[in-house]
Design a protein around this ligand. Structure first.
Ligand code: SAH
Ligand code: SF4
Length: 379
């Protein structure tokens, strides 16, 4: 008999599941807290749940952690995990510690169908959508692993960015409950400002997100004109800039802050020239007049062999940033983190560059128990 993976449920979903077992909502709340706040995966350890409920859970439910294929730690403290999601597919999550926050970069799909020119995940093609449970499992594992590693009961991950592998808004149905688990006070209790969905511009879903779960939004722009963006982000042919910017304007009143972030990956000789900065300023100024405040995040391109592209050099990036700042736009240049372990933006490829080897390694690892055991918690 297949049993339910409780990581697939937000609190309402878990309450509905518990109701089917004849249990009240407050039992679902207790269970939810055991799972997400304490990292407990064994029902027999959930000591304040009635024995009868624990017995019912044993036969109807489970908590499906993702097997860890590998974990790499960078010299700068960044940690990358490769998780096995079956049938030769793997997804990556990256923890980025900073002095005032701990950010987890989470994947939403195995591969990606958008196929951006400069993205390693895009080059790999699309395998499948992750389930809610698989998205949540990345946070569940990382948070409780890190608490153990740092020997703390305090929360370690304060921010989540949906900037790992995949286009989150092309996996909308699974994304929303996962975001709700992150935000729920009985779950991870993250504020809407600290959970960011990054999208290449799936216009209809931007509107839906504003109604269903308006977290912070980052839009991967990368080009100031349709002709250039068509070549870099193929989705632009379906949802051109005018539509994308209009969706952003609509989103802003629901957004947790009074601006949206635009990501712009700096590619040498492609989109990094002074005329591109001028066009970008024009685009953003036009939309500012329509009420859209924006912040620009310049991302130095992280090269990978198949791309045939180069990163803009440092002085070009600085000159580009200076132009934007002079025009009145808050502009940041993203620090590259974890590049010694291929954990930087766009380098996440789930190791499929060598699928055969990855599959062999995964088969071997699947036989082994997972490295992390949730800590024994005495309530
Ligand atoms: N699919 C979503 C989220 C995942 S990609 C999106 O495209 O927004 C997260 C960010 O990394 C995006 O801004 C993306 O454009 C950027 N990125 C992709 N490949 C990159 C690379 N090789 N170097 C730098 N940034 C990259
Ligand atoms: Fe997909 Fe984002 Fe990569 Fe584009 S940049 S291929 S949308 S993951």
């Amino acid at each position: 008999m297949t049993t339910a993976n409780l990581l697939d449920f937000d609190l309402d979903g878990l309450a509905a599941f518990c109701e089917r077992l004849g249990e009240k909502r407050f039992r679902a709340v207790q269970l939810f807290r055991w799972i997400h706040q304490r990292g407990q995966s064994r029902f027999d350890e959930m000591s304040d749940l009635a024995k009868t409920l624990r017995a019912k859970l044993q036969t109807t439910a489970h908590i499906a952690a993702l097997p860890v294929v590998s974990m790499q730690a960078s010299a700068d403290g960044t940690i990358k995990w490769l998780f096995d999601v079956g049938e030769g597919n793997a997804v990556e999550s990256v923890f980025i510690p900073e002095s005032d926050r701990g950010t987890l970069c989470v994947s939403s799909q195995a591969g990606c169908a958008v196929g951006c020119r400069f993205c390693s995940t895009g080059h790999q093609g699309f395998s499948r959508n992750l389930t809610t449970g698989e998205i949540v499992a990345q946070l569940w594992y990382a948070e409780h692993f890190l608490r153990q590693r740092f020997n703390t009961d305090e929360r370690v991950i304060s921010n989540v960015v949906m900037m790992g592998m995949g286009e989150p808004l092309q996996n909308y149905g699974a994304l929303i409950p996962a975001l709700k688990v992150m935000l729920d006070d009985h779950g991870y209790g993250l504020s809407r400002r600290r959970v960011t969905v990054s999208t290449s511009g799936v216009v209809p879903m931007i509107e839906r997100l504003s109604n269903d779960c308006p977290v912070a939004l980052a839009v991967s722009l990368h080009a100031p004109t349709d002709s250039l963006r068509d070549g870099l982000v193929p989705l632009n042919r379906k949802y051109p800039l005018a539509e994308l910017m209009a969706a952003c304007i609509e989103y802003l009143p629901k957004a947790p802050r009074d601006f949206l972030t635009f990501e712009y990956c700096m590619l040498a000789g492609v989109n990094d020239q002074p005329e591109h900065a001028t066009q970008l300023i024009e685009l953003l100024q036009t939309h500012k007049r329509r009420g859209l405040n924006s912040k620009i995040n310049l991302i130095p391109f992280n090269p990978f062999p198949e791309s045939g592209l180069r990163c803009a050099d440092r002085s070009t990036v600085t000159a580009f940033a200076d132009r934007l700042v002079a025009a009145g736009f808050v502009t940041t240049v993203r620090k590259t983190r974890g590049d010694d372990i291929d954990a930087a933006c766009g380098q996440l490829a789930g190791d499929v560059r060598d699928r055969t080897q990855a599959q062999t390694r995964m088969r071997a690892l699947r036989e082994q128990p997972i490295a992390f055991k949730p800590r024994e918690v005495t309530p």
